[in-house]
Design a protein around this ligand. Structure first.
Ligand SMILES: Cc1cc2nc3c(=O)[nH]c(=O)nc-3n(C[C@H](O)[C@H](O)[C@H](O)COP(=O)(O)O)c2cc1C
Length: 335
């Protein structure tokens, strides 16, 4: 199954990009429920999976209705990556395994993983091969157009991972040296797509669903991943589906906003409650920890509404579901 239908550009293919610290079960479930074609976990350390790290396995918590979803992992050793993929597959919750070959965070790059794999294409290809041999799930790679403008090797990299049997390549159209800002080279992503027979998805800068579909059509890619545009805005996928199907969709209502924030927060509380330290510390500790995780999402949920600055002002004092929902009701009530 080297080119499973999941990645085909013939079907709706606007998915949620992986974002460490954001794309936990709660965000993924909401994105998929609002129409995302796929989602990926936060990045997990392959070695953590092979060492049975509870923290690492916790990052792979999924909901029953949360499909299709990838276990997104980083590592450097093909044998370890293959064993980690085997363990992820054994959980029975994942639809594909995605290899991180684009993360510029120093801690990961210093180990030779993440973005550093762009500088060692034979190793990246060996990782793809090893995982393919170990699991029956499709194997994909999320990468960038290169480490730096002087070392742009996306054509070489894409040929190598295709040859190694990757089912799809997700390309964030920036250099690792640009981190998360600067121009996104969609022309180059489109050129890679033209040269390859495996599906190629593009990523970077889509801030509305309509824009994501337009990028897909303009550059001829098989799909588009949305990252930051989906934070506090799962409706972006509903809009994308409507744009793909050629009709319009009503913007989210304030009632939907309220229901979604509450569902998001309650799922975060239930996730936190699974962690041993919060099981010990009690329900209130789990609730407070969940509110902390929600904070950056909450700012995006209410951004632009009259009164959102008041939410920002109160953010650091919020500890409970009631406090969050009172603040949200304040914003909604001022409409
Ligand atoms: C906070 C944050 C965390 C991210 N973590 C990851 C990650 O773990 N793995 C990865 O491949 N990309 C990661 N990315 C990159 C995104 O997947 C995406 O490529 C990038 O944000 C560009 O897409 P966007 O403009 O739609 O946000 C992260 C981005 C952000 C903003």
């Amino acid at each position: 199954m080297s080119n499973p239908v999941l990645f085909s550009g013939d079907r709706f293919s606007i998915g949620l990009a992986p974002m460490a610290g954001f794309t936990d079960r709660a965000m993924r479930t909401l994105s998929l429920a609002h129409g995302a074609a796929s989602a990926m976990t936060e990045v997990v350390n392959a070695a953590g999976l092979t060492h049975d790290s509870k923290r690492t396995f916790h990052l792979l918590e999924t909901a029953e209705n949360e499909r299709p979803v990838a276990a997104h992992m980083y590592g450097i050793n093909p044998t370890v990556m293959a064993e980690a993929a085997r363990r992820a597959e054994a959980l029975g919750r994942f639809d594909f395994i995605d290899i991180n070959s684009g993360c510029p965070v120093r801690k990961i790059v210093a180990k030779g993983a993440g973005a550093a794999l762009m500088g060692d294409v034979p190793r990246l290809a060996a990782i793809v091969r090893a995982i393919r041999e170990a699991v029956s799930l499709p194997v994909t790679v999320k990468t960038r157009i290169g480490l730096t403008p002087d070392t742009c090797n996306i054509h070489e990299l894409s040929a190598a991972v295709e040859d190694a049997g990757a089912s799809c390549l997700f390309i964030h159209g920036r250099f690792a040296s640009n981190k998360h800002s600067g121009p996104v080279d969609w022309e180059l992503i489109g050129e890679v797509k033209q040269k390859r027979s495996m599906p190629v998805w593009g990523n970077g800068s889509a801030r509305t669903g309509t824009e994501a579909v337009a990028l897909q059509k303009t550059y001829g890619v098989d799909g588009v991943l949305i990252g930051r545009g989906a934070i506090g805005n799962p409706w972006i996928f509903r809009e994308a589906r409507a744009a793909w199907e050629g009709h319009e969709v009503a913007p989210r209502t304030l009632e939907e906003l309220r229901t979604t924030v509450e569902a998001h927060l309650r799922d975060l509380v239930s996730l936190k409650s699974l962690e041993r330290k919060y099981r010990r510390a009690g329900a209130l500790a789990a609730e407070t920890a969940a509110v902390m995780v929600l904070r950056p999402h909450l700012l995006k949920y209410v951004a632009g509404l009259p009164g959102w600055r008041e939410v920002r002002r109160q953010l650091n004092d919020m500890r409970t579901i009631d406090e969050v929902m009172t603040a949200v009701d304040g914003v909604i009530g001022s409409q």
